[in-house]
Design a protein around this ligand. Structure first.
Ligand code: ADP
Length: 431
């Protein structure tokens, strides 16, 4: 900075000294002319540098900045240094961006970045393939203009992105996509798509296989069970050993029958074609039937109470809800020692959600099992479950039914003290 002041000052001093010398040696007119000419030369020098700088600034990418002279040498050098650093930084950023682009292109998932109004900002190659987008042509387009499926439009509008959306045939073929939206940077979103076609195919095959096997087993089992019971009840069967064998066979075939029955129920609940048959249910009149079922299952061994604290009706499927409620009641009875208290409650929560709950004073469940209880065949104590006629599928069925009603299955339990199982329905199902 000091250099920029020093040079013009020296020039001015030299010019003044020279003018004074000429004045002293000749006269004031000659001195004034020499002063004027030298000042003009200096002015022209600065103007030339300014013109050069202006010319270069018009297209700094393509034009070279020449070396300046005098004080301009330092100014040009500084500008040039800045430009060089800027170019270096830009190259570095471009390389980093290129790396990022390559990394996102290599992702096994499709990624679309959306702005706050859901316009496409950028997408990778897989997203182009999944949703039939064009990464160049479609930038700036509204995503719902290109991915028009009503369920996708609803998913985007609902802004509830916790669960992924399964999109079938987004390009009018047999492609199945799992779509997930993730918010970032305040109001922007990332749409992540995953091809789950083969997973769905395997899952459908598995479901069909279980359903078919269960179906095929049903008839032979009924026949065997029928014969076993007939033989068992024959009055002239005196052999004790045969009687014991037959009662064991009857017990086991009945167990297999309930297993097959539960497997078929699960298959039916999982069947995408099986849409929920909804009607307005008067839950307070449905519950006494579950209560009666509970009483007969308990055989008077438990103290069972029914608390209907709300007369709220519910939009749902009667058959499914009755099965879910009865499953919870039957579990409470099977896992509560004789004499224990069981309370069935129908009430509204403070936020207006209708809830059915079953509270027992039974054996309870240790915390490490709670998250796995709704898995198929997961049992805390297999021998107890079998001894009480359990199939290990009851809570899986309840969870499915709750999901079909957009309800949540809540479980709280303390080992040795008892458990509470509740089905919390969304307010939108209240009638
Ligand atoms: P199961 O036919 O074995 O009862 P479920 O799916 O209904 O199968 O339940 C899974 C497991 O959860 C049971 O094996 C049992 O260990 C536990 N469980 C369910 N309900 C209760 C309850 N009310 N009290 C204690 N444990 C329970």
């Amino acid at each position: 900075m000091f250099e920029l002041w020093r040079r013009p000052l020296i020039f001015l001093l030299m010019l003044l000294s020279l003018t004074l010398l000429v004045w002293a040696a000749a006269n004031s007119l000659v001195a004034a002319i020499i002063f004027g000419v030298l000042l003009f030369i200096r002015w022209a020098f600065h103007v030339r540098h300014l013109v050069v700088l202006n010319y270069w600034l018009q297209d700094p990418e393509k034009r070279e900045l020449p070396d300046g002279s005098g004080p301009w040498e330092e100014v040009y050098a500084r500008i040039y240094k800045m430009v060089r650093e800027h170019r270096k930084e830009r190259t570095k950023r471009a390389a980093a961006l290129h790396d990022m682009e390559q990394a996102t292109s290599a992702l096994p998932e499709g990624v679309v970045s959306l702005d706050k109004a859901d316009h496409i900002e950028w997408c990778n190659l897989l997203a182009e393939r999944h949703l039939g987008l064009d990464g160049v042509r479609d930038v700036g387009q509204q995503i719902t203009y290109l991915a028009r499926q009503p369920e996708f439009v609803e998913y985007l509008a609902a802004k509830k992105f916790a669960d992924p959306l399964i999109l079938r045939g987004p390009r009018q073929d047999d492609l199945v996509l799992s779509c997930k939206l993730v918010s970032y940077g305040g109001s922007k979103k990332l749409l992540i798509t995953r091809d789950i076609t083969s997973f769905e195919r395997v899952e459908t095959m598995r479901r069909d296989f279980v359903a078919n096997v269960s179906h095929e087993l049903r008839t032979p089992l009924t026949v065997v069970n029928g014969f076993v019971e007939t033989l068992h009840d024959m009055p002239n069967l005196e052999n004790d050993m045969a009687r014991r064998a037959l009662s064991l066979m009857s017990e086991q075939t009945q167990r297999m029958e309930s297993l097959v029955g539960d497997l078929l129920t699960l298959s039916k609940l999982e069947d995408k074609l099986n849409v929920l048959q909804e009607e307005v249910l008067d839950v307070p009149t449905l519950l006494p039937r579950c209560y009666q079922d509970g009483l007969s299952l308990s055989g008077g061994q438990h103290e069972i109470k029914l608390d209907v604290l709300s007369d709220c009706k519910l939009l749902g499927c009667a058959e499914e809800l009755r099965s879910a409620f009865s499953n919870l009641v039957s579990n409470a009875i099977r896992y509560t020692p004789p004499g224990g208290e069981i309370v069935l409650t129908w009430q509204l929560l403070e936020n207006g959600q209708p809830v059915f709950s079953v509270k027992d004073a039974g054996i309870g469940i240790a915390p490490q099992h709670l998250s796995r209880l709704t898995e198929r065949f997961y049992r805390v104590d297999s021998s107890r479950s079998r001894a009480t006629g359990g199939t290990g599928l009851g809570l899986a069925i309840v969870k499915h039914i709750a999901n079909r009603h957009q309800a949540r299955l809540g479980i709280s339990s303390e080992e040795g003290k008892g458990s509470t199982f509740s089905i919390e329905f969304p307010v939108s199902r209240r009638r």
